[in-house]
Design a binder for this molecule. Structure first.
Ligand code: ZN
Length: 372
């Protein structure tokens, strides 16, 4: 932790002093944890930012991240100073008694409170949920800012990105397609992954944009939706990934004729290497079905054909049966994904030639009101 009480009951922030001054203070003063009030030790190494740590492991050190990495402390200090510089009312590691929680930063803006958690280590889903709920119950908006994953620095542009399940929890869903904001203390940059389009599993297509801490604003900037021209690049990447998937599946399928995807493809008389343009269409809420769209959409066509219908003619019950038959979780989102695919199919069928599929999907993902 970066802050503790000294013997005069004042909050003491060691990183603001020289190491020489701190060595003197360490001899003259005692320091106490603002949360459990136990005595803590002042650590003045050459490598890490001066900070405090409990002498022994206790309940408090579990509540509050102990053994904080250099990068975590560095990031906290940078964000704290940046918010202060912009004239915001900000507290560093304040102990919120009624919640027994200690966010990294607490910002008050127009009577609204924001808890900013700069997360560098992995955190369990339970802990994340518990902390987020704690803030929400007390009318504090929780902002999880994760450290930019190493090796994911990348350059600005549109690309395929694998995102861990933990980071997916930090998705911000106030835009058409979700986005993720991370912070990298080494470069003092915010990295945005915006307009995230689910491809399959943990793979997305997104637009990477970096901005330096000096260009950022609080509350953090919200990204713009991509343009239809930019979406062409998404479409190319998406289609390319679908082709790769079909190719690999054909090469490596161990189930052979038992593989429902391959079997359905064969039964529908479709060639895996040249799938028709209405197969493999990204749809809203598509992430609720963890398969490739080309996979579930072929299986859906086959399922509908057996009932003598087209996918957009299925009843809700039949859609549920479809999901069950393929051991897919029956959720409202998954049902809506199938419905969305149905709408698009119908649309593509009727307006043949008016808009190409890529444009249709763009309209579907970003401006749904103009379709229905
Ligand atoms: Zn403590």
């Amino acid at each position: 932790m970066l802050i503790a009480y000294n013997n005069q009951q004042q909050l003491f922030l060691p990183y603001q002093y020289t190491r020489k001054a701190l060595q003197r203070y360490r001899r003259q003063m005692k320091f106490y944890c603002p949360q459990c009030l136990e005595q803590v030790q002042l650590k003045i190494g050459n490598y890490n930012i001066p900070h405090f740590a409990h002498f022994t492991k206790n309940h408090c050190s579990q509540l509050f991240a102990e053994n904080e990495s250099k990068i975590h402390l560095q990031g906290k200090v940078q964000l704290y100073e940046w918010l202060q510089k912009h004239g915001h009312q900000v507290k560093l590691e304040p102990y919120l008694k009624e919640l027994s929680q200690r966010p990294d930063l607490l910002v008050t803006l127009d009577k609204e409170q924001f808890a900013v958690e700069f997360q560098c280590s992995t955190i369990s889903h339970e802990k994340w949920h518990q902390r987020t709920m704690g803030y929400e119950r007390n009318d504090i908006q929780a902002i999880w800012l994760f450290q930019t994953p190493q090796g994911k620095e990348a350059v600005n542009g549109i690309r395929k990105i694998r995102i861990s399940p933990l980071l997916q929890k930090a998705f911000i869903t106030t835009t058409d397609l979700p986005y993720l904001l991370t912070y990298n203390p080494v470069t003092a940059q915010f990295v945005y992954w915006t307009n995230l389009l689910h491809v399959h599993g943990h793979t997305f297509i997104g637009k990477v944009q970096k901005i330096s801490v000096d260009q950022q604003h609080f509350p953090f900037y919200r990204p713009q939706r991509i343009t239809q021209e930019e979406f062409q690049r998404y479409w190319q990447l998406y289609k390319q990934t679908c082709r790769q998937f079909a190719h690999n599946r054909l090469l490596h399928s161990k189930k052979g004729a038992q593989d429902p995807f391959l079997r359905n493809c064969y039964e529908l008389n479709l060639s895996l290497t040249a799938l028709p343009p209405y197969i493999g269409i990204p749809v809203k809420e598509g992430a609720a079905i963890p398969l490739f769209t080309s996979e579930w959409q072929i299986m859906l066509f086959y399922f509908s054909k057996q009932l003598g219908r087209l996918p957009f003619e299925l009843t809700k019950g039949q859609m549920e049966n479809f999901l069950c038959k393929h051991q897919l979780e029956v959720t409202e989102q998954a049902l809506r994904a199938i419905q969305n695919y149905g709408y698009l199919l119908k649309r593509m069928h009727h307006e043949d030639g008016l808009l190409d599929n890529c444009e249709q999907v763009y309209v579907h993902l970003f401006a749904i009101a103009t379709i229905y």
